[in-house]
Design a protein around this ligand. Structure first.
Ligand code: ADP
Ligand code: MG
Length: 252
């Protein structure tokens, strides 16, 4: 069974059909990319999976759960984490603080035990702290650990956003254009991190990405979209050679 299934999903904004009868499935352990021209509906697919939007028709399933029965605020608890095309972090907090916020869903204690600061709460705090430090090490963020987000270079902020998503211990990580705005060196680091996120952390990755070099290097399968619908689905080589994909890119 696939980890994520998008089944015949349609989402309209007024007269505009942003996602048009789209179906695809991502298997556990895959690195899967969605590609396509600007306005194809890629970020909207992420917003549907995150339950920011509700489709007019179709179904969304994650690990056996009907996502349409889940509120946006509960999607993270199921094991889905994401980054945004425009970075969304707390600018006036440090890297460490942003990551600790990412751990929030792991606090299972109630308000009273937090006020009393029970041993269970203390244990949870220690565990959160340790996991966040591991992620900081994993993504080479030690030099920035106690720095304010607002003062960090763009490429570092993108890595912090990925770190914050990882801090929720997801099973599915959604990355919206992780390489955009990154230098060649930063994109190369990103490539290894994405592979290690799967290999060492066992996390399935679904990414929207324009850099076809990166997609070809790390992705098992690719969905190409245009005008909200599927153009092609297959290995990176198959999709890049697909006539409909070539035409969509030349036409834009
Ligand atoms: P992509 O990420 O592939 O560049 P998007 O998913 O952001 O494309 O957008 C797909 C289409 O849906 C675009 O035409 C966009 O303008 C439109 N769209 C996206 N979000 C909204 C919204 N909240 N309200 C109205 N139109 C939207
Ligand atoms: Mg987008």
């Amino acid at each position: 069974m696939s980890l994520l299934a998008v089944e015949d999903v349609t989402l309209k904004f007024g007269g505009l059909t942003a996602v048009n009868r789209l179906s695809f499935a991502v298997d556990a352990g895959e690195i899967f990319a969605i590609v396509g021209p600007n306005g194809a509906g890629k970020s909207t697919v992420f917003n549907l999976i995150s339950r920011f939007y509700t489709p007019q028709s179709g179904a969304l399933r994650f690990d056996g759960h009907d996502l349409l029965a889940v509120r946006s605020s509960d999607v993270a608890a199921l094991g889905v984490a994401r980054t945004f095309q425009n970075i969304e972090l707390f600018d006036h907090a440090t890297v460490l603080q942003n990551l600790l916020v990412g751990r929030h869903r792991h606090r299972r204690s109630n308000i009273l035990s937090e006020i009393l600061f029970t041993p269970a709460v203390r244990r949870q705090e220690v565990e959160n702290r340790e996991r966040v430090e591991e992620i900081i090490d994993f993504l080479d963020l030690q030099p920035y650990r106690d720095k304010m987000i607002a003062g960090l270079p763009y490429g570092v902020r993108k890595v912090v956003e990925m770190a914050r998503a990882l801090a929720t211990d997801p099973r599915l990580l959604l990355l919206d254009e992780p390489a955009s705005g990154l230098s060649v060196e930063e994109t190369s680091d990103l490539r290894w991190w994405i592979e290690d996120i799967r290999r060492q952390m066992g996390i399935t990755v679904l990414m929207v990405e324009h850099d076809m070099g990166l997609v070809g290097q790390v992705c098992d399968r690719v969905l190409a979209m245009a005008d909200g619908a599927q153009l092609a689905l297959g290995t990176p080589a198959e999709v890049q050679a697909h006539p409909a994909v070539i035409e969509a890119y030349l036409g834009h």
